[in-house]
Structure formats: C-alpha cells, structure tokens
Design a protein around this ligand. Structure first.
Ligand SMILES: *[C@@H]1O[C@H](CO)[C@@H](O)[C@H](O)[C@H]1NC(C)=O
Ligand SMILES: *[C@@H]1O[C@H](CO)[C@@H](O)[C@H](O)[C@H]1NC(C)=O
Length: 570
C-alpha cells in the first residue's frame, strides 16, 4: 500500500522536476553557441577542425627507460572529440588523451619553421582535465628544427625541443613547467634551463587557458585563465643559468702547506697564576651543616622483620641459613634519621678546574684559503636567449594515469593581441558556459535537504512537493492544510490535480483493503527500497568518469563526476 503511494508520489514529483529543470535547461541550451573556426591566423593555430589528421600524426616510436631496461611504445590513443564533461561550445572538438597509464605522443609540423629572433613569442593552449589529474603530464613541446627534419612517427622523449610548457602533476608535485633548451655557443651542447619556483597548475574539469609570453628583452610572463601567475627573466630565473660565470676557480691551485687559517691561537705568553689550584675539588663537605637533634647514630635503617618466621618446610641443609627479610626500622620513623650521619656537600668556592691560556688573534693568520680565479675558457654571454632555437613542430609527449585530458585552441605566434582575440572568441565563451554548468552541478550535488527555498529552490520544491504528495495520497484534506503553499504552487491546476489525485487514491485504496491509518514515515522499509532510492535525493557524484579514474588506483580527491548530458543538437 505504502509502496504504491510512495511510488506514485515519486512519479509525480519526477514529472514535476522534469518540468522545472527542463524550463531551467532551455535558456542555457540557447546561449550555447555553435563552433565556428576562427579567422585569426598565426604561425601555428589549431582548433582540431575535421581536417586535423592532415596536420597531426601519432608517434610510432618506442621509448627506453634511462637504465636501458624496459622499452615502452607510445600506445596511448588519441582522439579528436567533443568534451564529455561540461561541454562549452557546441561541436567544439579537442584533442583527447584516451588511454590511462600509457605513453602518448603526437605532433604537428609548422608550415614554416618559426624564428623568434627579436620577436615576442606567445604560446597558448587550453587544457581540460575531464577526469581530473592525479598523476600525469599535460604539457606541450615546441620541437626544434633539425636538418633531418621532424619525423612525426619517430617523435619520442628524445626528440629535441626548444620549449616545454604546461601542467605536470604527480601526487603533491604540481607544476606549470617552463623549460627551454639552450645551446652553448662554445661547446655546441644543449642544456635544459628550468624555470625556478614553477607555479602550480590548475586542476579543473573546465577548460583552463595556459599562456606563455616571452619578450625580446628576455622577460616572460605565464598566465592561467588570463590571470598572471608568474613573471621573470630568462637570464635570471632559470637553473642552470643561461650564461656561465666569467671566472672560475683554478683547478690547479692548491692550498700551500704553510697556509695559516686559524684566526685564533692560545696566548704563548700567558702563565697559570700561582694561586690557581687545578686540583681543588668541585664540591666540599658543608662544615656549617649540623647533625639534626635526635639522630639515632646506633640504630640501623633496616632491621630483620620481627614478624617473619622460618617456613615449616625450610631445610637448613638444602636451603641454607634462613634469614628474615629486612623491613624499615620503625624507630627511624619518629627520628630525623638513623645510622651514620653524613655531612652534606656544597659547591667549592675555590674550585677553578683546569687552567687554559687565553686565546689571542693569530698574528700569522692569512684568512680562509680559496683557489685563485682564472678566466673561464667556456665563458660566453648570450644576452638574447629569447632568440630561441627555431621551432618546426608542436608535440605532446605524455604519460598519464588519468585519461580524457582535452587540448584545444593552440596558438603559437608573435602577437599578444591575436592570442588575446583568439581567447576571447574561444576560451572566454566556453569557460563561461562550463563554469555555469559546474556551479549548477555543485548545487545539485549538495546531498542534504535544502534548509530553505533560497538554498536551492528546485531541490527544495521537489522535496516539499514530494512530501506534500505523499501526504495527499494518505489524507488529501489535511495535506493541503499542512502545506497550503505547496497546494497553492499548483495554482489553477490544483483543483484538477487534486481531483486526479483523489481518483488515483481511490483507485489504489479500492484495489486492496485499506490498511489502518498509519503514521507518515520517512524511514525506508524493505518494500519501498526502489522508490526511495530514486526519490528526489540526487545521487550525483558517482558517474562513469569517476569510476574510471578511480580504477587508476591513486585518485584520492573525490571530484564530482556526474555524467554530463550530451550536447543537444537543436
Ligand atoms: C635583432 O636585433 C639586433 C639588435 O637590435 C640586430 O642587430 C639584429 O640584426 C636583429 N636580427 C634580426 C634577425 O632581425
Ligand atoms: C584578460 O584580462 C584583461 C584585464 O586584465 C582584459 O583586458 C582582457 O580582455 C582579458 N582577456 C581575455 C582573453 O579574457
């Protein structure tokens, strides 16, 4: 009986909820714009339009570990698809890392290799961590032009890059890398220059915009979502430094044997004063102390226990002479003490200890020794590291535990203005929509019953209406009395609905013998389990995505992973 009623209430509330949320969903579907490729041009600009395979090729290389042991292939799958979480612009596809715990590599050549000499370089792209990120990279590599050309199928971790930029996270290590490779003009050797104090990446299921701007004066700036998070200088804020020191220690210079580097010595002229007694003891008996009155010199502190008796089975021959156990001498309890009185000790005012001569400045002291400086034969000065090695391709070469990392809207060029315009057309538009969707989901993820209408109007009404309907089905008249505002919610339709409900009620109650009136209860009972489970409490947060990243084994932070609605076609 109760089951039927509750189920019916659930059906009606669900219908109502659909009405309410459909009404809500419609406007956001209307503001969701359609994807249109940009007209902005750049040395490299990628929106993953349908002709993307003409530009991007996955790697077929293998990757060896440092010790040369294991060999991995870049088996990770790449896909170009619309987002599965919080889609922003309709039909807007991105490049997606599809495999968990796999090496991925893909690259796309530039039409013409990019020479940044005397120019500003802007590197900008979006990262959308649709499954969050516990351990994995999402950085981009700008591959260095080489004489033999860039062969996409051979792209690996060994492929020389000019710049590496973007998020990389594993456990508590969370960085936005900015590394550039710099050629030592003297030796021809390349060295990786790592930005000091790398800022943290933003771990978000929303599209996150990473921008790196490097100016010809060697200054650089990193922005996340158009917010400056790091500024610095290529010559000052990288390790190892671009330019080596002008002078170095002479490796052949040795500290002379007679070098005196003791700043102090014992004064050779000092003499122990005649009255200095090194043997004077630290403590002496205190002659002022007096034996307390009534001290019992002749009483021992302990006596054989007068009450103890030799056990019956004690055998003197086997067990030896029986000795009674000792107990404290009761006579001493009353007196200040028993036995031999000992004078207490006190500090000896004449104690001096061992005599040492005082220390004086060492007249032979030469100061700390340091090898002499000689000119650094490897010295060079590159005052324009911002004139990077020419860039011939863009690549992602990553390992990640979490899949479904989506990249989009890559801009590599020289115009801050264009990069900004491009972001305004793309990221700004989609981020707003994504953010709204996320905020909405956060609200519906709140599992507790909303306390007031203002907390969460939709959920509040759903619960109230459900409550009301359960009561209506039980006792229509008192339900309306109890919650007139909910009855009023139905407005003009209330009467019709009420009639409908009454008819339904009668149908149900007449089908079976009416049960005795029972108390309304929210406690789940065995027979209404199903209805209860699906009744208003939105059980968000346990979507497919969540399950997948959990399977990776180290997804600690629970993020909302509700399965998103697929984008609507109309
Ligand atoms: C870059 O600027 C420097 C100094 O202004 C100039 O000497 C050099 O020719 C420029 N190089 C190019 C390739 O424009
Ligand atoms: C970034 O923020 C600045 C203001 O700090 C604004 O002028 C600019 O339009 C913003 N750009 C984007 C792409 O949102």
């Amino acid at each position: 009986m109760k089951c039927n009623r509750r189920f019916l209430a659930f059906l009606l509330t669900s219908a109502l909820a659909v009405c309410i949320s459909a009404e809500e969903a419609v406007p956001s579907a209307e503001v969701q714009p359609e994807f249109k490729p940009t007209k902005i041009e750049a040395p490299f600009l990628e929106q993953f339009t349908d002709d993307w395979t003409k530009r991007w090729s996955p790697s077929e290389a293998t990757k060896e570990t440092k010790d040369g042991g294991e060999i991995f292939s870049y088996v990770g799958k790449w896909e170009v698809e619309v987002p599965i979480v919080f889609p922003g612009i309709l039909g807007d596809k991105g490049l997606v890392v599809k495999s968990r715990a796999a090496h991925h590599a893909i690259s796309a050549p530039l039409k013409n290799s990019l020479d940044n000499t005397n120019k500003t370089l802007v590197v900008q792209y979006e990262v959308k961590l649709q499954n969050g990120l516990e351990c994995g990279g999402a950085y981009m590599k700008l591959l260095t032009e080489s004489e033999k050309g860039i062969h996409a199928e051979e792209f690996s971790d060994k492929t020389p890059y000019t710049i590496m930029f973007g998020p990389d996270k594993c456990g508590s290590t969370n960085k936005v890398h900015f590394i550039f490779r710099h050629k030592n003009p003297k030796t021809g050797k390349y060295e990786e220059k790592h930005m000091n104090s790398a800022p943290s990446a933003k771990i978000s299921k929303l599209s996150t915009l990473y921008t790196l701007i490097i100016k010809p004066d060697n200054s650089f700036e990193i922005l996340i979502n158009n917010e400056s998070i790091k500024t610095g200088n290529l010559l000052k804020d990288f390790t190892p430094a671009v330019n080596p020191p002008k002078e170095i220690d002479d490796p052949n210079d040795k500290k002379p044997d007679d070098w005196v580097d003791n700043p102090k010595i014992a004064d050779p002229n000092a003499k122990k004063p005649d009255d200095w007694d090194e043997d004077a003891p630290f403590e002496i008996p205190n002659e002022d102390a007096k034996k307390p009155e009534g001290w019992l010199d002749d009483e021992p502190t302990t006596i054989p226990d007068p009450e103890a008796k030799k056990p019956e089975d004690w055998d003197d021959e086997e067990d030896g002479d029986w000795i009674a156990p000792s107990v404290p001498n009761p006579k001493c309890d009353a007196a200040p003490g028993c036995g031999e009185w000992k004078r207490p000790m006190k500090n000896n005012p004449n104690y001096k200890g061992k005599w040492y001569p005082p220390e004086i400045d060492n007249p032979a002291y030469k100061g700390p020794w340091a090898p002499r400086k000689i000119p650094n034969t490897d010295y060079f000065e590159d005052s324009h590291p911002s004139n990077f090695e020419k860039i011939a391709a863009i690549g992602f070469e990553l390992w990640t535990m979490q899949n479904n990392i989506l990249f989009d809207n890559i801009y590599i060029g020289h115009s801050e203005e264009d990069a900004k315009k491009f972001a305004e057309e793309t990221w700004v538009v989609k981020y707003k929509i994504e953010k709204e969707a996320e905020d909405k989901e956060k609200i519906s993820d709140v599992k507790e019953t909303p306390k007031s209408f203002l907390d969460n109007p939709v959920e509040y009404l759903r619960l109230e209406v459900n409550d009301f309907l359960v009561n209506v089905l039980e006792d229509p008249l008192s339900a309306i009395k109890q919650k007139p505002e909910i009855a009023g919610l139905f407005g003009g339709a209330a009467a019709i609905l009420f009639t409908l409900l009454t008819v339904l009620y009668n149908l149900i109650t007449s089908a079976k013998k009416p049960s005795a009136p029972h108390k309304k209860t929210d406690e789940p009972t065995p027979d209404d389990k199903d209805a209860d489970k699906s009744v208003p409490h939105d059980d968000g947060g346990e979507g497919d995505n969540e399950g997948e990243s959990n399977a990776g084994g180290n997804n600690i932070t629970k993020r909302s992973g509700k399965k998103p609605k697929p984008p609507k076609d109309n």
